[in-house]
Design a protein around this ligand. Sequence first.
Ligand code: ZN
Length: 141
Amino acid sequence: MSKGFRLFLVLITIALLYPFKYKYSGIDKRIEPYVDELYELTGAKIDQVGFGTPIGVNAIATCNTLYTTITIKKGYWDKQSEKNKILILGHEFLHCYRGAEHKKRYGNGMCPKSIMYPASPGKWCSQVNFEEYTKEIKEWK
Ligand SMILES: [Zn+2]
């Protein structure tokens, strides 16, 4: 076996195993109350959520669509309001379970129009628009 080919095999193996890092065996207890809120809202069960390092520049949470696993950056999560935590989870839920993609439009005023805006709405917008955002999560088509 040539050196080049061996290196190739090693790289392929790493690429294939990489997603396993983001497969959890269940729900992190600290996130469970918010998963329950989302279940109330949508009737859909998220079954794999944990803290870790989401892939992507400045990512605060990601969905691994291969395993419908949600990974959240703990340092960011801990600083968020209760409402924003539900919305962060809701955003990732729509990626993972509804195949939703980002929507970049802003609404009237200073808040994103959609919960699928590619950044967290933050404390103010999640407070002001909570009803609208949760309605969007619930009724996503
Ligand atoms: Zn997103």
